[in-house]
Design a protein around this ligand. Structure first.
Ligand code: BG6
Length: 490
């Protein structure tokens, strides 16, 4: 029998993401035959009560996606079980071990990372870290390089690296994988994918939500550690890495880690020029009044809810091509995109009279709210005007838009939760879309340098009004280099 244990099985991540993901996999017939799903948490409740809660959470989510059906649920229900445990105690874990027996066991730690070290030690003692076992660690693993290494050493003591799956759920997003397909499944982009043709890259992860009740966690981490250390640097790696020789986990991750090693450190002198910290004050978000971060937190705080950074990758391919990254809470839109901005024409034969400005080509890889990859190219405006007029046209390069070559519009498949792919991969032992120890280490190293530079230079967050695109200093970061953040569609 194979088993998936969800530590923290009654918590927010499990109820909002993991169990709905498992339901969708069940619905599509993708869960391994005979798999048992066992919730494990502190709360003393019966399996029936737990299953009733799972039912409520999963049904609400599946109905919203029009994917609820009782047959799939009864199949999933038959797999579900619950055990109240103190996961830091080997004795308490013994009944869990007895339940799962000697089959393949994947344990997902959806609990506070401050417990990881104690839990993995107890798991080892209870026989839940044997050769047939795997562990999935939700981010953030650590708060800096030092704490990451402390936790990871405890993990390495119990599990070998090929048993460890460090999740970055951005890697499970469909468009992120499509980026790999686009870059390495086509020949036409590779000759352009370098400093000869690309002017700069922008990565934006905008969120409309505020920090709200999450502040006890968030206040310790801030946008730098919550988003940039992981999701944004992972996206940067996928854009910037060299073609791997294979799609196996190590070939891909070897290339990603080289990118992280090539990131230019942010020094104290440079901090103000290449980074921006922001914190939202009261404003209007999605048409409703929104509190400032300090008010939510109930006290003044120096934690940034917005960060923008100019990163430089010191290698042959990317010399002179800045990567601008920005992310924040309480921005005007939930929008995640990577913009590959190509260089302008070396010489334009069109920019005369009123022929329209020639815009440089731009590829936008949109992860949210839509999933799409588009390329903006200049076209002739149709008509008989003797002076040729140009206009930008946005072409979709992905399945998201009815433009699939044969002229027929195929309905895009349901948008999957990123965890669906990652849960399947972890259970199958495929770590390509997970973060290797040295990757996480390098990412922390670079992020530590940024936060040390902030501490030494005394850089405090600039205010921005909730519902706006961050502080003015974030626009200045771009404008100083003669560039702008991407805001318009075409
Ligand atoms: C999480 C962060 O990792 O990612 C959250 O901790 C953030 O602060 C979330 O809101 C964003 O994920 P997504 O998939 O909604 O963009």
């Amino acid at each position: 029998m194979a088993a998936l244990i969800l530590f923290g099985g009654g918590g927010d991540l499990a109820m909002r993401m993991l169990l709905p993901s498992l339901y969708f996999l069940e619905h599509d017939g993708l869960l391994p035959e005979g798999l048992k799903i066992i919730g494990a948490a502190r709360s003393e409740e019966s399996a029936d009560d737990y299953i009733a809660k799972v039912h409520e959470a999963v049904k609400a989510r599946a109905e919203a996606d029009q994917a609820w059906d009782e047959t799939s649920w009864s199949r999933m229900k038959a797999r579900l079980d619950y055990l109240a445990v103190d996961a830091t105690s080997p004795d308490s874990l013994k009944p869990l071990k007895d339940k799962v027996g000697d089959g393949e066991v994947t344990s997902f730690l959806a609990v506070s990372p401050s417990l990881y070290a104690r839990i993995v030690t107890a798991m080892k003692a209870a026989g839940l870290a044997d050769k047939n076992c795997r562990i999935v660690l939700e981010k953030p693993v650590g708060r800096d390089l030092k704490s990451f290494l402390e936790i990871d050493d405890a993990v390495a003591h119990a599990f070998s690296e090929d048993q460890v799956f460090r999740i970055d759920h951005y890697l499970g997003k469909e468009t992120v994988q499509n980026l790999i397909a686009l870059r390495f499944g086509n020949t036409i982009f590779e000759p352009l994918w370098n400093n000869l043709s690309i002017d700069h890259v922008q990565i934006t992860i905008g969120e409309t939500v505020g920090v709200g009740d999450r502040w006890p966690y968030y206040d310790e981490y801030g946008a730098l550690r919550d988003m940039l250390q992981n999701h944004m640097l992972q996206l940067l790696c996928l854009v910037a890495m060299e073609p791997p020789s294979d799609l196996d986990p190590d070939s891909v991750r070897n290339e990603k880690v080289k990118v992280l090693r090539s990131l230019r450190p942010v020094t104290v002198d440079e901090a103000e020029r290449v980074t921006v910290r922001g914190q939202y004050v009261a404003g209007v978000s999605e048409g409703k009044p929104a509190k400032g971060y300090d008010e939510e937190r109930g006290a003044e705080s120096d934690t940034e809810t917005f960060v923008a950074v100019r990163a430089d990758i010191d290698n042959w391919r990317w010399a002179g091509v800045p990567f601008f990254m920005r992310t924040g809470k309480r921005l005007p839109e939930k929008r995640t995109e990577i913009v590959i901005q190509f260089k302008p024409l070396p010489h334009s034969i069109f920019d005369r009279d009123d022929r329209g400005e020639v815009q440089a080509n731009r590829m936008v890889i949109e992860l949210q709210p839509e999933e799409d990859i588009s390329l903006t190219v200049m076209n002739k405006r149709p008509g008989l005007d003797r002076r040729m007029q140009l206009q930008p046209i946005k072409m979709s390069l992905s399945w998201g838009v009815p433009n699939s070559g044969d002229g027929k519009s195929a309905a895009p498949p349901r948008r999957r939760i990123a965890y669906e792919r990652l849960l399947l991969d972890a259970m199958a032992g495929d770590s390509t879309l997970f973060v290797r120890r040295d990757e996480a280490e390098q990412a922390w190293k670079w992020v530590d340098e940024v936060s040390e530079a902030w501490a030494e230079s005394g850089l405090k967050p600039d205010e921005y009004v909730a519902g706006t695109w961050g502080p003015d200093s974030a626009d200045m970061l771009m404008m100083r280099t003669g560039r702008d953040w991407n805001t318009t569609d075409v």
